[in-house]
Design a protein around this ligand. Structure first.
Ligand SMILES: Nc1ncnc2c1ncn2[C@@H]1O[C@H](COP(=O)(O)OP(=O)(O)O)[C@@H](O)[C@H]1O
Ligand SMILES: [Mg+2]
Length: 315
């Protein structure tokens, strides 16, 4: 079953400005953790804001839990939990009071809400601080409380917008593990991040977004295949004219898929860099070439992003 179906979503903040979100389509299926991975300014928050009906799309539309975001905003809102990037907490209220306030805003109440507040506080390891004002909390505790609020009512779909930015490693670990556990119990998740390790660890499928465009989408395995699912061995030679010679000389190496030279820089796509390396080195030495630098790279989302955009994700 399809929980989110985004169709050609476009958002322009100003009439003559650029598209902050530019013709984005994707689906999220029941039971999935779907991540949007992209650098700052890519359009992640704008997409979540449109899907959660806080922002109207300039073009295109989406259904969320079967409801149209343009015409059935209330139904959409009631059917999801949102954990926004900007914390939505009242500093002068306690953790429990914040949960009650937001729970009531979402139409929950009575004893059921009381029970849920206790449960969510425990889940987020905040029980002991339930009565303390939020202004005394660390960044990580605030994040966890924000997450607890998003979980109220146990919606089938949760949207988390960069929930681990600028927090301590323990809270980060807590949140990542919790997201996985929540998903294992059946909650579907839309997760945004600019950390490729998080997308890699969590996601069933990943959409890579850059300058408002969804540039690719697939499982980690599928995305790695875009760069060739091989290891990359990069050698830099002192002799810039030696690259081509070496590339030709290593042609017969076992496990070699592709060899290319850019002046003195040789790039080899191989099954296992460690195994290919001794042979490459001996060829180089036979040819009288000396090596300035050796680099081994396994394919990951960073290399996928680099491959597709020509830029590093960590800029
Ligand atoms: N309220 C706004 N008004 C004008 N431009 C905005 C507004 N919010 C975001 N933008 C622009 O839209 C683009 C996408 O932003 P955003 O969705 O926040 O990206 P991300 O969440 O991936 O960092 C950026 O270029 C950003 O500057
Ligand atoms: Mg954002």
């Amino acid at each position: 079953m399809c929980l989110v179906q985004a169709r050609n979503l476009i958002k322009r903040y100003t009439a003559d400005g650029p598209n902050a979100v530019d013709d984005v389509s994707f689906e999220i299926y029941d039971g999935e953790i779907f991540s949007l991975l992209g650098p700052n300014g890519a359009g992640k928050t704008t997409i979540i804001s449109m899907l959660s009906t806080l922002l109207k799309p300039t073009g295109g539309t989406a259904t969320v839990n079967g409801h149209d975001i343009r015409t059935q905003a209330m139904a959409v809102r009631r059917s999801i939990g949102v954990v926004p990037q900007e914390l939505a907490l009242y500093a002068e209220l306690s953790a429990a009071e914040n949960l009650r306030f937001w729970g009531e805003m979402r139409g929950l109440g009575g004893a059921a809400l009381g029970g849920e507040i206790k449960e969510k506080l425990a889940l987020m390891d905040l029980t002991e601080r339930a009565r303390d004002r939020v202004e005394t909390f660390s960044g990580g505790m605030k994040r966890r409380l924000n997450l607890a609020i998003g979980l109220l009512g146990n919606p089938p779909l949760i949207m988390l917008d960069e929930p681990t930015v600028a927090i301590d490693p323990q809270s980060r670990r807590y949140i990542l593990d919790y997201v996985k556990a929540l998903n294992q119990k059946g909650t579907s998740i839309l997760y945004t991040t600019h950390y490729m390790e998080e997308a890699q660890e969590l996601s069933h499928r990943i959409g890579i977004i850059d300058h408002g465009k969804l540039i690719t989408l697939g499982t980690l395995q599928e995305l790695k295949q875009l760069v060739g699912e091989h290891e990359m061995l990069k050698l830099q030679l002192y002799q810039s004219e030696g690259g081509q010679t070496l590339t030709e000389a290593v042609g017969e190496i076992k496990g070699l898929h592709r060899a290319s030279a850019n002046d003195g820089e040789v790039t080899l796509n191989v099954d296992a860099a460690e195994e290919a390396l001794p042979e490459v080195l001996s060829k180089a030495s036979e040819l009288g070439l000396s090596i300035r630098n050796i680099e081994i790279r396994e394919p990951n989302l960073e290399t996928v992003f680099l491959h597709l955009t020509g830029r590093a994700l960590r800029d």
